[in-house]
Design a protein around this ligand. Structure first.
Ligand SMILES: [Zn+2]
Length: 317
């Protein structure tokens, strides 16, 4: 019987599960994350894993579990997540009890950094960082070849760096001025709304859309409008470039990476709008020597690959 490793990527929107032989992904499953009760995610992971193992055939040796944070690694749980409707989401214990194999929990963006180092653009690179610009914003980093974990597993939680000291927008975590509140998939529409409310963008297509349905305005609408040359959308993206530039520069000064890869749905779909202003900002303003900055070649699967990489390391010990 073939030996299988499982990688899981638990996000606030999507749950991905994959089986691997340690080198490539063999079977993959993706569903919307079920959030009916705190144990729903672990039940959903179990059911997806079991059906994947049945389909592929083989013996499961362990599970790498990348999850939306913040984490409490000692308890193996997600604790007070701003993007989930529960205080605690137990993961490691329910899965280990049911499966009888080791489960390694890791922050999703740290997992993506592992994926990059072991399967992606970071192979052979000792100092690298990953930035995920998606529904939220997060990061992961290796310094001197070591993955940074932190006391609870929440190192490089860069989405909650302050990029706007004036604190115009409130973050999902309840604090103001955080990077994620402005530049994530959920933050961008709020930034557009804030500026429209102040009377900007009188002729913008975004204003018409926003006045019809304020909740319906999405990040994609901003990028589409910019693509059509909408002056207001371009001004908003100028600010987004500045705020992203501040966040990336902080990362460069803190960890001195030689490579930063960028993933997450917002960046992957809109790289031509997101990356050039960040590169420019870092080149002009960072004190440390600027790193190479590119989109991740692993796309939406960076976290999944990282989860596999971590459990591969654990099982080989
Ligand atoms: Zn925050």
């Amino acid at each position: 019987m073939g030996k299988l490793l499982a990688g899981v990527d638990l996000g606030a929107s999507n749950l991905r599960v994959a089986l691997s032989d340690g080198e490539k992904l063999l079977v993959e499953r993706k569903e919307r994350t079920l959030l009916t009760d705190p144990l729903a995610p672990s039940r959903q992971i179990l059911s997806l894993l079991r059906s994947a193992v049945r389909e592929r055939g083989g013996r499961l040796l362990g599970v790498g579990l990348a999850s939306v944070g913040p984490l409490d690694l000692r308890r193996g749980e997600v604790r007070d997540p701003p993007n989930l409707p529960f205080r605690r989401v137990p993961l490691v214990k329910p899965l280990e009890e049911e499966l009888g194999v080791p489960v390694v929990l890791v922050h999703d963006c740290s997992a993506a950094a592992v994926g990059e180092k072991e399967f992606g653009a970071g192979r052979g690179v000792e100092d690298l960082a990953y930035v995920g610009l998606g529904t939220g914003i997060g990061g992961g980093a290796y310094v001197d070849g070591c993955l940074l974990w932190g006391k609870d597993g929440n190192a490089v939680e860069i989405g909650h760096l302050t990029v706007d000291p004036a604190g115009r927008l409130e973050c999902g975590c309840g604090r103001r001025g955080h990077w994620e509140a402005y530049c994530s998939g959920t933050g961008l529409p709020r930034l557009v709304g804030w500026r429209l409310k102040r009377g900007e963008g009188k002729d913008s297509s975004l204003r018409r859309r926003w006045e019809e349905d304020r909740q319906g305005l999405r990040a994609e609408h901003l990028f589409e409008a910019a693509g059509r040359g909408d002056a207001f959308a371009l001004r908003v993206l100028e600010e987004v470039g500045r705020l992203n530039g501040i966040g990336f520069t902080d990362l460069v000064e803190a960890y001195d990476p030689s490579l930063i890869t960028v993933g997450g749905s917002v960046a992957l779909r809109n790289g031509r709008w997101i990356l050039p202003p960040v590169r420019r900002w870092v080149r002009e303003r960072s004190y440390n020597r600027p790193p190479l900055l590119r989109l991740t070649p692993l796309g939406e699967r960076a976290g999944l690959y990282g989860a596999v990489g971590l459990i591969r390391r654990e099982v080989r010990r």
